[in-house]
Write a protein that binds this ligand. Sequence first.
Ligand code: IPM
Ligand code: MG
Length: 353
Amino acid sequence: MNMKICVLPGDGIGPEIITQALRVLSALDLNFELTEAPVGGAGYRALGHPLPESTLRLARQSDAILFGAVGDFSLDTLPRELRPEQAILGLRKALNLFANFRPALVYPELVQASSLRPEVVAGLDILIIRELTGDIYFGQPRGIRVLENGEREGFDTMRYSESEIRRVAHVGFQAAAKRGGRLCSVDKANVLDTMQLWREVVSAVGREYPGVELSHMYVDNCAMQLLKNPKQFDVIVTGNMFGDILSDEASMLTGSIGMLPSASLNEHKFGLYEPIHGSAPDIAGQDIANPLATILSAAMMLRYTFNEAGSAERIEAAVRKVLAQGFRTSDIFEPGTRQVGTRAMGDAVLAVL
Ligand code: IPM
Ligand code: MG
């Protein structure tokens, strides 16, 4: 199979970490066709838009997107529709990438990196499935209007249709069935009508999956439980806004946001794969960023879009091996380990492969 991958490095550390992921991919015996395009701040600078028409076209013509990161402080004063973040929001919406997989896995070697006690996080392996194309992120109407008294008022609309809830619920149940068999649906049904519907629809879908144990949790309680006893969770399914917040929280349980990959999929397994961390402009170009989240995102791409589970496992095993060998970028460094830069971390993974 010829795999058509659209490579979107983006801003900040994006290009450096993508370079390492591409080196790892090319070490595998697979057939890739790579095309690269500017996105985010780089898209704005090159072509006047964070998601240039030509970049979106290229993305549509490929089977998967390998994405670095977008974000550039110096462009934050632009109108919202031209800010770098619009690239990722635009790709999600245009390509219907409604199912966002955000695993939070604690590697035994990095247990100490968590700010929680080792016994709370050791062995942690949770998967957050975040709905990605609906909710208050995209709901209309939204805006800032002037009230009769002359005061301005900002407003956004939280909304979910039954079909939007149903399709992501199916993804959640199917993922749970393949893992520990437990799905926790997170909502705010005690306050929000949208979330009452969410709970009803998820429960109805659950009747089709008798083998999966479904529970429901309010989002505030979930935020607390993630810190108190994170290992109670297997798969969490939740809406766009809550998933944004909970997935950042869950990432920190693992100690480093520099280790976590993600996949955003549509119903045809087309996917956008990206590290969950941002563009970190403060350390860009210094060869110190951790490339492992991007390398692991490439592994997710092989697994989910290209059905190459074997190759994905090879990459994941190689990452575990380099951690066991003591290689660390500065974000996960501890005394007694070996501090390396971005490229040297890529070298270490390649050496194992
Ligand atoms: C994420 C990010 C994005 C989001 C931003 C950059 C628009 O925080 O992928 O979680 O809010 O979804
Ligand atoms: Mg976020």
